[in-house]
Ligand binder design. Sequence first.
Ligand SMILES: [Zn+2]
Length: 115
Amino acid sequence: MAKKNFGIPDKVLAELIARDTACVYCHKIMIYPYVAKNSKNSATIEHLNFDGPFHWSDGLQTEDIVICCGSCNSSRGAKTLPDWFRAQYCIERNINETSVAEPVKSYLQRQKKKK
Ligand SMILES: [Zn+2]
């Protein structure tokens, strides 16, 4: 996994890794544990919600964490998902609201309800 695991308990992390074997965004099969030399294809922890909380001890929820590849993680950076979907990276790879994995879709639906 990435260098830090944000205090996520091993059991929760193992469940996420088992669920998200392919990147939730580009559906690439990822390398786990994290390989620095091949970070683009390695599994990384992705926070869906960039407003936080980011650390388990601060109330980070399982439903707000997914596993994505290093490429997608660094491409998204600090963008919101809708903003990132408009980026060239996503357009080229056909990454959008309807192509992403189920955990991301349900996150997006929860966000819409909040508004
Ligand atoms: Zn990816």
